[in-house]
Design a protein around this ligand. Sequence first.
Ligand code: ADP
Length: 694
Amino acid sequence: MNPTDAATLNRPPLRRLRRALLWGALLALLGVAQTLLVALTLNYESTRAQDAVDTVAAEAAAAVRSEIHGLMQALQAMAWTEAQQPAWRDGAGALLRRRQDLKRVEWRDPQLAVVDAVDTPFLPHLFTQMARTDLGVDAELACKSARRSAAPMFSRSYFVPLPGGRGLEIMDLCLPVQQAGRAHGFLVASIALTTLLETALAAPEARRHEFSFVEGDGTRLARAGVPRGAGIYVAERVVDMPGTTLQLRTDSAAGRPSLIPNLTTALVLGLSLALFSVVLLLARDVRRRALAERALAEALAFRKAMEDSLSTGLRARDLQGRISYVNPAFCAMVGYTQEELRAPRTTVPVVPPYWPPESSAEYLRRHALRLQDAGRRTPDARDSREGIETVFMRKNGERFPVMIYEAPLVDGEGRHTGWMSAVLDLSAQRSVEELSRLQQDRLQATARLVTVGEMASLLSHELNQPLAAIASYASGSLNLIDEPDASTPEMLRHALGRIAEQAERAGRVIKSVHDFVRRREQQHENITAAALIEAVLPLARLQAHKSGTRIQVDLPAPPARPPRARCDCTMVEQVLLNLARNGIQAMEAATPPAERVLTLRARQAHPGWVVFSVIDAGPGIAAEVAARLFTPFFTTRAEGMGLGLSLCRTVIEQHGGVLDFGPGPGGRGTEFRFTLPASKVAETGETSGSPIAA
Ligand code: ADP
């Protein structure tokens, strides 16, 4: 898992809070929408129910009006027939049978006395409880009003008790009858309000509503339809009739809109919406996931191509040392396939097949050490960019050097789970280095031979003297032997002694040349600066002698600790001799013989470094010469090769030091300086830390 994934896992609390708030707001909005939906639905249903009741009420009022109108017409038709005539009675009887809401028809004289009366066959004893000879006050008023206006008039309704405690609300219709312009009498019809309602109303509405005539104070006079309205959706209409008014009240049996089905509907609707949104979100998520997967696949393919193209071996290991990943370069390096390397190793401790058996124990020890070390440090601190050199083994048994750069593997929760290593095969680099070292050695040897070649005349001169001395002592000795006397043995001894002395001197010259030219194995050793200078002095003196140059050795005087360097002595001797020779040669041309002094100096300038100086009293180095001084084959001397200084610099740099130059002390001559690592043997002993890697 990469750090980006880890970051996603460890989402900051602020973002989580924001997300939770968003979800909360969304749910609250959904709740509000649901509630509103329910409320609006309920309101809509109520309005619809009220509208329906209003319509039914209007229709019912119209029906009642039409019924009354019909009644009035039927009665007016009866007014043409004279009372007490069979025709009238028949007509009245037929009308009463036809119109059930009509309970009684009377013919009254102008003084309102009953002339004739016919009762409905459906309720013949309506007025048995209440005498009907005298008209009720209401009917009387209606008749008077009818007479005045010469138009039918209705009375206010009144209650007529019936046997058995029941009763009927009756309303009278008074119709004035005139003959030849004079009042002839009245037709009075008694109408039962309940029956009027029942007759007027259509059956379907009557099954769903309660209809009633009510008074202004709400007293119910007559009712029809369902036994009881719910009292929620109520509509009232006024039915105007000549002489009176009736209030028709329509009360629907329908109750309040029920919450549960509406809530259910709203819930279903809300959930459907939510589901739809979720499906949309899911679809978007799936699309984004698909895109992310494609990007991931591309990134993986890219990474794989990159890893496959690497020439550096990559290896991932867990804390137990089991290999979890290797790239093709690593397989090619060690000669094992990925399967062979990644095969589960159940034996603990884990020993990979590319560890040389002779080093396995050591590598295991290092691994355990590193594990301990890793446990003590934080994951960040574990990160080491320092390479570690070690030796691996190929499948064919060949050992080869590798450089390992290792970094800890940290999972998404910051736990250390293993190591990722980049492994470099150093064998090619090593062989190149070896080749270059050999070439360097050869070049050094050649340079030494060249130096000696240049010094050949000096050598022959130096050897000539002892050889000439030997020759003269030898011929003197021969003469002594030819002419012996008493002192002969003594003189012979002296001559032979001188011969031996001179032979030894010649031998020393030969040996110094031999020592210098002899090619030794390159090795670093700890040596005092004095010993280094001492080694080159015979040859330097040889050269100095010719031009009369004096050589001074300047070393720190006791009790100061003598400087010690760690270096390849042969190489450094060559450097010292080269610099000394250059100094002597520089002084040969322009410096007066008395001033020709060459100083060889060594100082411990720093705890880690020893500085050597070769100081001459020559003319110094011109700027144009200085610029090209270290260029190979640059020389100003006819017999020079121009390799000396460039080789000197290479040697010093190989030791980790630097070689430079400047004017000598007091601005006179030239000082060549070079540094060498100081030897630490004296203080710490010969210890070298072993790197911890396998
Ligand atoms: P070579 O000695 O074969 O000429 P070097 O590389 O040793 O080659 O020296 C290169 C040149 O640097 C010399 O030819 C000389 O001109 C100059 N040089 C070296 N050392 C000194 C010195 N101490 N004083 C003046 N010139 C020097």
